[in-house]
Design a protein around this ligand. Structure first.
Ligand SMILES: [Zn+2]
Length: 279
């Protein structure tokens, strides 16, 4: 069993990095908070007052299939991110996983840091990075991000999304689609119009891969905190509150792709506060 893996019944989920941990001023992500807002959450800040943010992917093994949930930022020139150190494929290789071993790629939503390794450079264009995989994307999410007006603003539509469709590997699905008998969609709109989480159920055990419902565990306590990247902040807050309540009430294992590595834990109640405890 590789490190950084959790077992949910017959399913295994391994956190795989793309970039080394990014450290950042929390004011960048959480813009409208007074600095005192962090007083109760100092355990998350390092000595410089910075937060650790992970960018990566989850490798899920279910029903004999190898599934990647989200694909990181990729090695492509982007604003904000330093992508020269992106190495999801190398980190998968270290786990013994070659690109052709991946059966399914599932994007929780279509932001730049979740679709990066959908493709790799080939000639002067881009080709699917996982040549044998089917790529599953929610139809409404696809329509939103590939609409003509947005396509022009968002460079990665052309280098991470359209080449997958052109190669014939894209399956546009809805919430009812089951990824495997053990993996189903759980709609979590707000961060993007048709953002989805992945519910894992096997042998009476359950987990939820929450995509960007929360970018950091602190938001599962402070569900009202707004993140600058939420497309519909009100809806994102409502979704976050519902998900946090569900995670606590049903004692689900939670996996958040941007959480401090290895990105997995549970919610527990301490001094009447809901708090995240790493596995
Ligand atoms: Zn993200």
């Amino acid at each position: 069993m590789p490190e950084n893996t959790v077992t949910i019944g017959n399913v295994t989920i391994t956190a795989v990095k793309d970039l080394p941990a990014m450290r950042g001023d929390p004011g960048y992500m959480y813009r409208d908070l007074p600095s005192s807002a962090w007083d109760a959450h100092k355990r998350w800040l390092n000595e410089r007052g910075h937060l650790d943010i992970t960018i990566g992917s989850f490798l899920v093994r279910s029903s004999g299939r190898s599934i990647l949930v989200d694909t990181g930022i990729g090695k492509k020139e982007r604003p904000v991110f330093r992508t020269d150190r992106a190495d999801l494929l190398g980190n998968l290789a270290a786990l013994g996983v070659r690109p052709e071993d991946v059966d399914l790629v599932v994007n929780t939503h279509l932001h730049v840091d979740h679709v990066g390794w959908n493709t790799v450079a080939q000639g002067d264009g881009w080709a699917p990075a996982f040549p044998r995989a089917r790529y599953l994307i929610q139809q409404k999410e696809w329509e939103h991000f590939t609409a003509p007006e947005r396509r022009e603003q968002v460079a990665y539509v052309k280098d991470c999304l359209e080449p997958v469709a052109q190669a014939g590997l894209l399956d546009l699905v809805d919430h009812q689609h089951s990824i495997t008998p053990e993996l189903t969609y759980f709609p979590t709109p707000g961060h993007t119009p048709d953002h989805v989480s992945i519910l894992v159920q096997s042998q009476g055990e359950r987990a939820l891969i929450i995509g960007d419902v929360a970018h950091h565990p602190v938001q599962l306590t402070e569900t009202e905190w707004e993140v600058m990247a939420d497309v519909d902040p009100k809806r994102a807050i409502e979704t976050r509150r519902l998900v946090a309540e569900k995670l606590e009430r049903e004692a689900l294992t939670v996996l958040g792709g941007h959480f401090p590595f290895p990105c997995m834990g549970r919610l527990v109640r301490l001094s009447d506060r809901r708090v995240f405890q790493a596995l």
